[in-house]
Every structure is written in structure tokens, then in C-alpha cells.
Write a protein that binds this ligand. Sequence first.
Ligand code: TYD
Length: 209
Amino acid sequence: MAGKFIVFEGLDGTGKTTQLQCVAAALRAKGYSVFTTAEPTGTATGKLLRAFLGGRERSTPWAAASLFLADRINHNADPEDGIIKHLSDGDIVLCDRYYYSTFAYQGTDTDLQWIFDSHFNCPEVTKPDACVFLTMDIGKCLARIHANRDSSAVEIFENTESLTRIRNRFADVFDMLKNRDNIVSIDADGTIEEVTNRIMTVLTPILED
Ligand code: TYD
């Protein structure tokens, strides 16, 4: 039986990566075979993207959008460890960020329709079974980001203005995709355990479907 593909998205600071690991542990405890992964990936393309995000490499929004897509295609199609391979093995694939991030982050400075088309017309970009979107007050997101890192590690998108712009962009994108993709918003304000339970509650029927 084919597995399920669940994407985690959320503003920086919402605890998305922690929650992904907690949900993976909860699913494994229920007996599921789970593969966790993330974008940008650890490949050469992903490293180039991280250099751009950290301001160490110049790029344009159009080039960045194309690189994120290329990284995503390799991430799907890798014959040994790709998303498509894991899904065909019956795994639950939990992915930290996916095309919704490109739509929200790169869509503002390019042409969103161009990014939609290049993704949706590509046979090697799998459509997720669900996207879990973690939401929280921007001030709380920033407080968490700064509490967890020294300032040199704070990336170019991590300030109030950018986070507000990106949050609004995610809202617009999700509205545009509401008839195409299965997106569930989760309140990320709470203890780690509370938020994991909220996510498990919405995922259970999707995984049993
Ligand atoms: P990362 O260091 O992985 O942290 P986190 O996901 O925990 O915030 O940073 C990922 C950064 O990459 C984040 O600032 C958003 C950006 N990004 C894009 O701009 N477009 C994309 O398509 C993806 C996948 C990420």
C-alpha cells in the first residue's frame, strides 16, 4: 500500500521542526514506518540555497525559486532515498517545508502563477496528502527565534516586517489552493505536548483513510 505524504509548514519560530520529530515519534509508537526529511535538502543544491538564505551567495528571487524547485525534484526522485521511493515502500513521509514555502517566500518577488505552473505541471513533484500549517503570533515567533539562536544565525527573512509579509502570503496561497490541497492550520501556542496532540488529532483520520 502506498504511504502518506505529510508536509509541515509554519513561520520561523513556531516549533515546526520540533513538532515534526514529536509527531514522528508518536506515529512510530503506533507502529507506523516513518521517514522524516526536510527542505532545503542536504544536497549540493540545498547547500547553495542555504548560502543564499544566509546572505553568503548572491541570487535573484527567480533563480532562487528555480533552485528550490530543482532541489524538490531531486528530493522526490532520488532512487534510494527519495520521497517517491519511500511512499511506494508504504512509509509515512513527514517533510519539514515543501512547495508552500516557495509559493509564500519566493512568490512575492516573482510571478506566483509561474511558480504554481512549474510545480503542478512537473510529474516529479508529489502532491502532499496534507499540509500541517503551524500558526502563532509574530511577536512570539520572534521571541522564540532570538531565544534559541545567536544573532549571526538569524536568517534574512527573520524580522517582524518579513514575518508579517510571509504570514499574509501563506494565508493568500492557502486560500488560492483550498480546493486543490488539504491544508490544516494548527495553533502552535502551547506546550510541545499540547501541540503534538493537536496535530495527531487531525492526522489520524488522514492516515487511516
Ligand atoms: P531552515 O534553516 O531550514 O529553518 P526552518 O525551516 O526551521 O525555519 O530555513 C529554511 C529557510 O528557507 C526559511 O527561512 C524559509 C526558506 N525557504 C524558502 O524561502 N523557500 C523554500 O521553498 C523553502 C523550502 C525554504
